[in-house]
Design a protein around this ligand. Structure first.
Ligand SMILES: NC(=O)c1ccc[n+]([C@@H]2O[C@H](COP(=O)([O-])OP(=O)(O)OC[C@H]3O[C@@H](n4cnc5c(N)ncnc54)[C@H](O)[C@@H]3O)[C@@H](O)[C@H]2O)c1
Ligand SMILES: Nc1ncnc2c1ncn2[C@@H]1O[C@H](COP(=O)(O)OP(=O)(O)OP(=O)(O)O)[C@@H](O)[C@H]1O
Length: 354
């Protein structure tokens, strides 16, 4: 699909990202494509909600991010609202979500513009809450964690009906996770966790995470959760440091919501969406997190190699006892045709016969 309009998210703290942004702008200029910087962090500018950001940028159909995973997530927040695709240029420390090296940015843009790229769709989460989210004044600066000025709390979706027990629907699209965590540094939060409307357990914990399969390799993984293929649809619940209670992850079906209520004797809890603080809950408040109809469209320039990337980026090490066996051979990469009973499987690309 030819690119009509481009939105650019730049990690301004990284000089190479700033220089690569100039390359992208020049490419867009040469092709007569409008290009607007989005989610810019300037001390005098407030950050905008996703919809506002999109309108201001003239509804881009491609969002290019220049930075690491945090910068990619900032672009994804905006792109998912409009079904725009996201191309992540890797200028970060981990780069698990990003696709191309910055030296390949022009080749990548050409490929997208001339139909040489594929789009991979990823599941996202959205949510309802007992009331619209707010960040009490004074708390923002305490909790900002170096991620720039806070985003405004999520807007309320028009389908909300107040006072009927279903809460308000929030305009949220999370690619990684929704996290409810303790606000007081030295006190856990007390939370009731419900899966598909049934109480799983009441927790006293540092936090609870509701993640997508994409987010399973982020905070949920760090808290001991399993890795899920991003090709799956699922809702992953993982508690963080739960005290004397059920401490395992539950992987729920994509149509099974996870609700979390702040218990009456708990302290306040912060709500983070893809690592960004978006609200503070008081005792009695609740959130319900569930699969969103919105998908994130990721630009891919070649076949996805999730497990190769996992081994590579997570620096997975082989057992020392296997050292004598040397490098493992490649598996099922032959020059002969794939047998019919394996034809429906995802397999690595065949070895080039030439
Ligand atoms: N203890 C933890 O690991 C921890 C704590 C808070 C938040 N997080 C994660 O950070 C995410 C926000 O990322 P950020 O870069 O803005 O904050 P950050 O810089 O605190 O990110 C934490 C790390 O997670 C990596 N990461 C992010 N998304 C990933 C994914 N889908 N798969 C694998 N690694 C991933 C980042 O590259 C970074 O190294 C949140 O969605 C949350 O999952 C992790
Ligand atoms: N646009 C920006 N302007 C200024 N500083 C920024 C900007 N984006 C990120 N930073 C700073 O860079 C640091 C890392 O931010 P963030 O985690 O979002 O980056 P990232 O894209 O995930 O890259 P990395 O992989 O290096 O973490 C933070 O201290 C943040 O304040």
């Amino acid at each position: 699909m030819p690119v009509r309009r481009l939105g650019l998210v730049v990690h301004e703290g990284r000089p190479l990202a700033v220089r690569t942004a100039a390359t992208v702008r020049a490419w867009a200029d040469r092709h007569g494509i409008g290009c607007t910087d989005i989610d810019v962090w300037k001390s005098h500018e407030e950050r905008r909600g996703g919809m506002d950001e999109l309108h201001h940028a003239g509804d881009p159909d491609l969002v290019v991010t220049l930075g690491g995973d945090g910068t990619f997530l900032r672009g994804a927040r905006i792109a998912a609202k409009n079904n725009a695709s996201v191309l992540g240029v890797d200028l970060g420390k981990v780069g698990f979500l990003t696709e191309v090296a910055c030296s390949d940015v022009e080749t990548a843009l050409e490929a997208v513009h001339h139909g040489g790229a594929t789009i991979e769709e990823r599941m996202t989460l959205t949510m309802r809450a007992s009331r619209p989210l707010e960040i009490p004044s004074g708390i923002e600066s305490l909790l900002r964690y170096g991620h720039g000025p806070s985003l405004p709390p999520p807007a309320v979706r028009p389908e909300s009906t107040e006072g009927d027990g279903w809460g308000v629907a929030l305009d949220v699209t999370a690619l990684n996770d929704v996290v409810l965590e303790k606000l007081a540094r030295d006190h856990q939060v007390a939370l009731g966790v419900y899966l598909a409307g049934r109480l799983l357990a009441s927790y006293s914990a540092d936090a609870v995470i509701v993640a997508t399969p994409t987010g399973s390799t982020a905070y949920s993984f760090a808290a001991g959760g399993p890795i899920l293929s991003p090709n799956m649809e699922a809702v992953v619940f993982t508690p963080v440091a739960p005290h004397m209670t059920f401490n395992r992850t539950v992987v729920a079906a994509p149509d099974e919501p996870v609700a979390v209520r702040v218990l009456p004797h708990s302290g306040q809890a912060a709500v983070s969406i893809d690592g960004q603080l978006r609200g503070v809950l008081d005792p009695g408040d609740w959130i319900g997190v569930y699969g969103s109809p919105r998908r994130l469209r990721l630009v891919r320039l070649g076949p996805t190699d999730f497990y190769g990337r996992l081994r590579d980026r997570f620096r997975l090490t082989d057992a020392p006892a296997t050292a004598l066996d040397g490098q493992s051979e490649t598996f099922w990469r032959t020059t002969s045709p794939v047998p019919p009973d394996l034809a429906h499987l995802r397999l690595p690309p065949p070895v080039d016969a030439g």
